[in-house]
Design a protein around this ligand. Sequence first.
Ligand code: SF4
Ligand code: MG
Length: 274
Amino acid sequence: MTTVALKAKDYKSGVKPIWCPGCGHFAVFAAITRALAYLELPKERVAMISGIGCSSRLPAYVDSYGFHGLHGRALPLATGLKVARPELNVLVAGGDGDGFSIGGNHFLHACRRNIDLTYIVMDNRVYGMTKGQASPTTAPDWAKSKMTPHGTGVRRFQPAAIALSAGATFIARGYSGDPKGLTHMLVEAITHPGFSFLHVLSPCITFRPDQRSWKTGVHAFAEGPFEEPVEAAREIHADDGLGLGVLYAEKLPVWPPHIKPSGSLAEVEREFLT
Ligand code: SF4
Ligand code: MG
């Protein structure tokens, strides 16, 4: 039997995205389908997991296994799935609110476990789905939200620096306005053994029209990718938050270690009940 190579459009479920026209997430969705087609991944070997938010609608749009979970809980859900079904390519998608606020604790621990997941965070520095409140990555003086009319006065969460210090072994930043570069990064992130963190600048055209300026503000990281965390840290701290590229990639042992369970699930259950 000959297998026919799938094209990017074959990974689209046919469910029409309900994002606002011009939202950056359209380009991220397209890049994901292109990366899956490039890697020739069978649909039944891919699972797309998410939490809650505009970007977390992705599992409905990708024709693979998928689960639209609870707010901030995409990473523990994906971790459980990867442990139970290690042969799957587990992609996790979400936004800055979902991933860095309610899901922040899970982000730290997924990074340090170095479990083989690809975590794509579409960062627009705002809660889009709930109508434009400040998120953890919003600048302290952004005063457009009625909830924070004088700004939050709180320093921004630094996703790449935190991922690095928490132990992620692959860190990259892409931009929805650069779909080709984003597709390449996705291919690298998916094939990287261990926890891959892909931070994507994906403008919210409705609540952050100011993010149109990213088009002229983004630039390649001055250097990288690095294998040494200290070098990657220097680059992150020197960067203005709009640097693009693979920043850090290191091969370290992937969790879980190759330990075979000592008994069947039924035995474990019996032991638990007695
Ligand atoms: Fe995209 Fe913002 Fe509209 Fe949500 S509210 S779909 S993030 S443009
Ligand atoms: Mg957001």
